[in-house]
Design a protein around this ligand. Sequence first.
Ligand SMILES: NC(=O)c1ccc[n+]([C@@H]2O[C@H](COP(=O)([O-])OP(=O)(O)OC[C@H]3O[C@@H](n4cnc5c(N)ncnc54)[C@H](O)[C@@H]3O)[C@@H](O)[C@H]2O)c1
Length: 241
Amino acid sequence: MSTVKEKLIENLIGEEKISQSKITIVGTGAVGMACAICILLKDLADELALVDVAVDKLKGETMDLQHGSLFFNTPKITSGKDYSVSANSKLVIVTAGARQQEGESRLALVQRNVNIMKSIIPTIVHHSPDCKMLIVSNPVDILTYVVWKLSGLPATRVIGSGCNLDSARFRYLIGEKLGVHPTSCHGWIIGEHGDSSVPLWSGVNVAGVALKSLDPKLGTDSDKDQWKNIHKQVIERAYMD
Ligand SMILES: NC(=O)c1ccc[n+]([C@@H]2O[C@H](COP(=O)([O-])OP(=O)(O)OC[C@H]3O[C@@H](n4cnc5c(N)ncnc54)[C@H](O)[C@@H]3O)[C@@H](O)[C@H]2O)c1
């Protein structure tokens, strides 16, 4: 007796398809799930896999995404505690680990999160030897170096999120001060992500107009608009997350 599925669909090729642009997210906390939603809404993957040690939360988050499939084009969303679900990933995003507690610096997380990297990175590479890795867990610059060493991958395949968030916050706050949308406000923060980051005031421009050309003291102590407070806020905002 044939099932409805068998009557409806005749498979001309085998059902098992190998994904071409699979992305795995390790750590399904606040950051991991924000990455998941962005990947799905931007159609970046043909398969999304989620891995976490907190299995109940992982199951709930996965079901939420799967049940939202009507609004996404990614055909396959899987998850598990076992890294076999991550096999054959093109990109693995690592957001697993402890986050800062109130008043705790990113650097204070280092030992806890290095231990986590030691326990997960070799297994990730075992299942996806051709992947690129994007490291987000903090302290991100140190962990990116640690992951590069642990993974044995070429340096070009282990990327840290660096000061991308700092620069995005910087551009938002510049826009807020000027009443201009951040897409028209340009500027970079460089160095180590977090407290010791460095704003490049000479490069700050709005639609190509360098703010330093309007006030050569921009970002210094003698700047009467106190633009340097914007960088201070970029640093402080991380402690409000
Ligand atoms: N680089 C950046 O710009 C940036 C920005 C924000 C947060 N972060 C960092 O990202 C990390 C995650 O932040 P969050 O707010 O999502 O934290 P969170 O506490 O919400 O989530 C962390 C997740 O990691 C999981 N986890 C812990 N150990 C694990 C392991 N061994 N294997 C798999 N999963 C594990 C936890 O179960 C949890 O779900 C933190 O280290 C945080 O400091 C970095």
